[in-house]
Design a protein around this ligand. Structure first.
Ligand code: PEP
Ligand code: MG
Length: 845
């Protein structure tokens, strides 16, 4: 930017002015960061030396930067080594991104605390954008806060932006782990920026999806890196390779800080190879296990030019690329391995049709941007919006958006979508894999994958399951530093990744797998047998389904009915609501697949929380899991519920129809919904209302089960939500995954209470949450008196087989003991011991 006016900077504090050369810290006295001045303060409030925007505010509150209206960047740093105080002693009065006026108070600090705990109170004001300065007062005098002390001199055009090597392709470094205990704060950031300026290439520093200009101190500080972050350096231009090599070396050495002593437990990338046997833990996205070699998959950055001369031509480029992308997706749909895969690419096609994306892109093209730039900006802005909505499911959809966005971009740039070229026995490691990458994996070579991002409900996880590949997500980011070719064990069932596994562990795992396979074969052969305990008690084993295909599969695997049809999944990813006729057809088809003697439990729309439904627009909520979810949302839009009731009722008579309400927490909700249902039953001239039940997935419903029981026909316990609401732990939180455990005695006590209340009124109780699909939980749930287990379709044979091994009276005694245990770990251990003991008894007999 051309700077035309001189600008006076005000003293940010009162105190004694010192020349920079006297600052006892070479990084400041050498002016590596920038020229400026230093004040030994007598006041305790740092004020703005110029008006502008807070372009960076360090989390620890000891430093901030302001970018003025003419583009000057001024950094203020209170005290020396104050980053180590981790925010103690500082009170920020402003926020990053805020516009501030010259003289406005920015940060208050406790001078006594700093004097005792930091190296020095000397406070720096440095112009980091590189302009020439003139001092307005002599050194060593006392200045007043707000008094003009420095003047930034005007600079010519040539002093503006550095030449960008835009057209050159960017080269990326291997990921590396930041070991600096306080991240890249002013001192290491200054050294890095200084080093980067020594190269002609344009250089960026990346952390996840954020990037910084590596030649700008403020930009690096704005990344707010912390110890353990995984960083990558990229460079474009003739000396790019050299720049990357030098900067990676500098980062690995700590950018002037002693990183080895300061980072116990966290090693720089290269050191990881020295720690075989370290286990990385994440969340299972697709079950199974594999042993293979690490193949790191780095994100591909596309060369995008910002401006274009002819908007009409750019519009045509965009239209053409969109058409081609839709065609590619159609091909992927046609060759899809199954319904799940086909659905995902259909959803991608719909995203390409989104009017707001196109509107945003066209608006940018009209301002002279290239089609690629405009499209990319529209995709990024919308993906950011998805991520910021507080819903893990929407955040996962942002991955789909980015994926489809890249597909179109590649078409525009004339780049081919090519499958990754891989060695044999590859275990892919990535920050995030896209659905397109996952679908095009060569399963002859890929044994599984592990990612930092993603969740168990992501499309990538669904695809992994469809491909039968084991996968883990939510791993710590240092997984990205494992060297290519490292031998690795991916144990997705346990959510564990073992670099350099020892042979004994491998052998143990192999024999376990073999036993499991044998058992699966046996269970499958006996899938049609009823689930009756050794002492003659029948437990109904039904299926959780979300489509007609799953209903059919469930019946073929011995399912005795459907205990949960998650109706919100029938028309997920649709931009418009299905017609009433289409809905009725779907329910009737499922009812016919079950026939007249089996139960079909249709749950009404459970939208909200982590399950948005595209054609039911909802307001943004701060806590969607505690907001308008399930029945609350339906009662707020009674027409939606009435329409669904009518569609479900169309299948009355074809099967043993049950209707179930999700997320009920109050009696009034049940009564209101029942009234709506009764109205529709009457309007259709039906003789009676089908069985009506509620899900027990909110503690209030479990605690009030004795009041609900007389007014319902059945309960079904949703242990997934019941666990998250009882333990106050987000069910999709990767870090809480191991603690948000449905085996927790608090959840088991709520189940016991629900069963007692239901049975006292002659009503049956099912469990349809994931707990029901765990073979370990079967004796416990049986012992607690549960009447039905509605389980994930492929697990029907195993759960039925487990029931057949048990004795009801023993299970009752077991449940009585377990309910008194202290936590989920104890419960699991206890059940495992019983399981082993029972197994050995079976073997002895
Ligand atoms: C549950 O919460 O346990 C349940 C079965 O419902 P969903 O997983 O669909 O929320
Ligand atoms: Mg639920």
């Amino acid at each position: 930017m051309a700077i035309t006016q001189p600008l006076q900077l005000l003293a940010p504090l009162s105190g004694v002015l010192l020349p920079l050369d006297q600052v006892p810290d070479p990084v400041f006295s050498s002016r590596v960061i920038g020229d400026g001045l230093c004040i030994d303060p007598t006041t305790q409030t740092l004020c703005a030396p110029l008006s502008g925007v807070i372009s960076n505010l360090q989390h620890s509150g000891h430093a901030l930067s302001i970018t003025g209206e003419q583009g000057h960047q001024v950094l203020m740093h209170i005290g020396l080594d104050t980053v180590n105080l981790a925010g103690k002693g500082f009170t920020c009065l402003v926020e990053e991104g805020q516009q501030v006026a010259a003289g406005q108070p920015l940060i208050e600090f406790d001078a006594d605390y700093l004097a005792q705990h930091a190296r020095s109170l000397l406070t720096l004001m440095l112009v980091v954008s590189g302009e020439a300065l003139t001092g307005l007062v002599t050194d060593s005098v006392l200045v007043e806060a707000g008094q003009p002390v420095l003047q930034i001199e005007p600079a010519g055009e040539e002093n503006g932006a550095e030449p960008q090597a835009e057209d050159a392709e960017a080269v990326f470094s291997q990921p590396l782990i930041l070991a600096n205990p306080q991240g890249l704060h002013a001192r290491p950031a200054a050294l890095l920026a200084q080093a980067a300026k020594g190269f002609a290439a344009s250089i960026s520093l990346h952390r996840r999806e954020d990037s910084a200009n590596a030649k700008s101190l403020v930009s690096i500080m704005a990344l707010q890196t912390v110890q353990g972050d995984v960083l990558q350096v990229s460079a474009a231009g003739e000396d790019a390779e050299r720049a990357i090599q030098a900067l990676v070396q500098l980062l690995a050495s700590g950018c002037g800080e002693n990183v080895r002593a300061a980072a116990p437990g966290l090693q720089p990338a290269a050191a990881l190879d020295e720690t075989p046997g370290t286990v990385l833990r994440g969340v299972c996205a697709s079950p199974g296990s594999a042993v293979g070699q690490v193949v790191q998959v780095a994100e591909q950055r596309l060369p995008i030019t910002e401006c274009a001369a002819n908007p009409q031509q750019e519009r045509e480029v965009l239209e053409q690329a969109l058409r081609e992308a839709v065609r590619d997706l159609q091909q992927l749909r046609d060759n899809a391995l199954g319904e799940a895969q086909e659905e995902i690419f259909r959803a991608h096609q719909e995203l390409l049709d989104d009017p707001s994306l196109l509107e945003q892109a066209h608006a940018l093209i009209a301002t002279g941007k290239s089609a690629a730039f405009a499209w990319n900006a529209a995709i990024e802005a919308t993906a950011e919006l998805f991520k910021g909505l507080g819903s893990s499911l929407l955040a996962e959809r942002a991955v789909d958006l980015a994926d489809v966005g890249q597909r179109v971009l590649k078409r525009m740039l004339g780049l081919q979508e090519h499958a990754l070229s891989l060695p044999d026995q590859a275990i892919l490691i990535a920050e995030q894999l896209t659905p397109s990458q996952t679908a095009s994996l060569d399963t002859a070579k890929v044994l599984g994958f592990a990612t930092v991002g993603g969740g168990a409900t992501s499309h990538v996880a669904i695809l992994a399951r469809a491909l039968g590949l084991p996968a883990i997500c939510g791993l710590p980011s240092w997984v990205l530093s494992l060297a290519n070719g490292t031998r690795i064990l991916l144990d997705a069932d346990r959510g564990e990744l073992h670099p350099d596994p020892d042979p004994q562990h491998l052998q143990q795992l192999q024999s376990q797998r073999q036993q499991q396979r044998l058992r699966q074969r046996q269970d499958l052969a006996q899938a049609a047998w009823p689930a009756v305990t050794r002492d003659g008690h029948h437990l109904e084993v039904t299926a959780n389904i979300a489509s007609l295909a799953e209903a059919e599969q469930a019946m073929s695997l011995g399912g005795e009915g459907v205990g949960l049809l998650r109706s919100e999944f029938l028309y997920q990813d649709r931009g418009h609501a299905p017609s009433p006729e289409e809905q009725a057809d779907t329910y009737q088809a499922i009812a016919r697949a079950l026939g007249p003697t089996r139960n079909l439990v249709v749950r009404t729309l459970d939208v909200g929380g982590d399950k948005p439904l595209a054609y039911v627009p909802m307001d943004r909520e701060a806590n969607p899991f505690l907001g308008l979810r399930g029945i609350r949302l339906c009662l707020a839009r009674p027409e939606l519920l009435r329409e669904q009731f009518r569609a479900i009722l169309a299948s009355a008579g074809q099967t043993r129809l049950h209707i179930m309400l999700p997320m009920v927490s109050q009696l009034a909700e049940l009564r209101q919904a029942r009234q709506l249902l009764d109205d529709e039953v009457r309007a259709l001239g039906l003789a009676q209302r089908p069985k009506l039940g509620i899900m027990i997935e909110v503690p209030s419903a479990a605690l009030m089960a004795d009041r609900f029981a007389p007014e319902v026909d059945f309960f079904s316990i949703g242990t997934n939500d019941l666990t998250q609401y009882t333990l106050a732990m987000d069910r999709d939180h990767p870090r809480l995954a191991s603690q948000a455990d449905s085996f927790h005695p608090s959840v088991l006590r709520l189940i016991a209470r629900t069963v007692q209340a239901a049975h006292a009124h002659g009503k049956w109780v099912g469990v349809c949450g994931a707990l029901a699909s765990e073979t370990l939980a079967v004796p416990l749930l049986l012992g607690l008196g549960v009447d039905e287990l509605s389980v994930s379709v492929p697990l029907i044979p195993a759960i039925k087989a487990r029931v057949r091994e048990l004795d009801l009276s023993e299970c009752q005694a077991l449940a009585a003991r377990i309910i008194d245990l202290e936590d989920a770990v104890q419960v699991r251990e206890y059940l495992q011991q019983q399981h082993v003991a029972a197994d050995s008894l079976i073997l002895e007999n």
